[in-house]
Ligand binder design. Structure first.
Ligand code: NAG
Ligand code: NAG
Ligand code: NAG
Length: 336
């Protein structure tokens, strides 16, 4: 049996990083809250009851992935914890699994180029190559050589990029330029800039902006926009300002609550290794969506700041803003 969350834990321990865990780190990865193992409890309960005939993927039963399956294919198992409290989990054979969100709009997006473009050799194990994620870009103040922040290209016909409002707040479109990863030598003018009308500087609610640029290099490719919220356990990457990739994942969002304050729905968190690098402001959280024959990357978040001693990367929740992004992009098209 193949369980999405245990796979994720294995992926973590196989990481090339050597970092020590701390309490916050353990908490953010925990799958359930508050189930203390007490000494009196026999450990015999800690197991799965029931079986599945072949290789299956298992999720909590309220997961959107399960809702998207033919219910006749869903097998229900009991997952017991050490205190004999059980939770129902839902499994679907990989052969019968409906893969998520293959819609016409998502064709030709989100395909990474692992060998780089032009093809290149990594200078260190963690270096991201030029053109590897061909939707990466940076925003500059015109005539300045240091970027204000990162951005992600998401819409080809509308030439739209997404970033954080906190990066571009206070600027006008004509004061900004964009450099694409696929053509780092030619700056492109920004023609349109929209900052979310409900952006709150203090709480970071609705901390999102879209830009329309004058042209897009031929080798640039857009990241996909998510169709559903990413299920917890989804593996993601982000990139730090030194060009190193950062492995992140989507934890249960409750685990990121600080002082019992759950995140506003326009925000989300990703888990980051303790003491690892943090992403650049405005950088995309690119989460993998498995299709039958390839992996597509969705822009699930835009990095804002870190919390919980650095193990929680707080992002703008892109799934929450899809219709806002599309509406702004369509307006840019009409103004062109
Ligand atoms: C777990 O243990 C802690 C500390 O002993 C206690 O405060 C908490 O209420 C316990 N949680 C549960 C669900 O029993
Ligand atoms: C969080 O909530 C729990 C239970 O609702 C409470 O016992 C605890 O004191 C709260 N912590 C903070 C920091 O408010
Ligand atoms: C993000 O927003 C969507 C849509 O509002 C919501 O369903 C989801 O729970 C939010 N959080 C995450 C982590 O996707």
């Amino acid at each position: 049996m193949f369980m999405r969350f245990s796979t994720f834990v294995i992926a973590l321990s196989a990481s090339i990083l050597h970092v020590s865990a701390n309490d916050k780190f353990n908490t953010i990865y925990s799958l359930r809250r508050g189930n203390n193992v007490t000494q009196e409890t026999p450990l015999t309960c800690d197991e799965v009851e029931g079986s599945v005939p072949d290789c299956s993927e298992c999720y909590s039963c309220d997961d959107p992935v399960i809702a998207g399956q033919k219910q006749i294919n869903v097998l229900r198992l009991e997952l017991n914890d050490a205190n004999c409290k059980s939770e129902e989990i839902c499994c679907v054979s990989q052969n019968l699994m409906n893969f998520r969100g293959k819609k016409p709009d998502n064709i030709e997006c989100g395909k990474h180029v692992p060998e780089g473009n032009p093809r290149a050799i990594r200078s260190t194990l963690r270096s991201v190559l030029r053109g590897e994620y061909p939707w990466r870009a940076w925003i500059y103040r015109t005539y300045e050589s240091k970027p204000l922040c990162a951005a992600t290209f998401v819409n080809q016909p509308r030439r739209t990029l997404v970033t954080a409002a906190s990066c571009v707040d206070g600027f006008r479109a004509h004061q900004l330029q964009v450099l694409f990863d696929s053509d780092p030598d030619s700056a492109v003018d920004v023609e349109h800039l929209d900052i979310h009308e409900n952006y709150d500087k203090v709480t970071h609610e609705n901390d999102i902006a879209v830009l329309g640029v004058a042209s897009v290099p031929a080798d640039a490719q857009r990241a996909c926009l998510p169709v559903h919220p990413a299920p917890h356990g989804t593996a993601c990457v982000a990139v730090a300002s030194n060009g190193f990739f950062i492995n992140q994942a989507i934890p249960l969002q409750d685990n990121c609550a600080e002082d019992n304050k759950t995140l506003h729905s326009s925000l989300m968190c990703a888990s980051n290794y303790y003491k690892d690098y943090t992403p650049e402001l405005g950088a995309g959280l690119y989460c993998m969506d498995e299709e039958p024959d390839n992996i597509l990357y969705n822009l699930v978040g835009v990095y804002l700041y870190s919390a919980l001693e650095g193990v929680a990367a707080i992002n703008t929740n892109i799934t929450h803003h899809i219709s806002w992004i599309n509406a702004r992009a369509n307006e840019h098209m009409q103004l062109q």
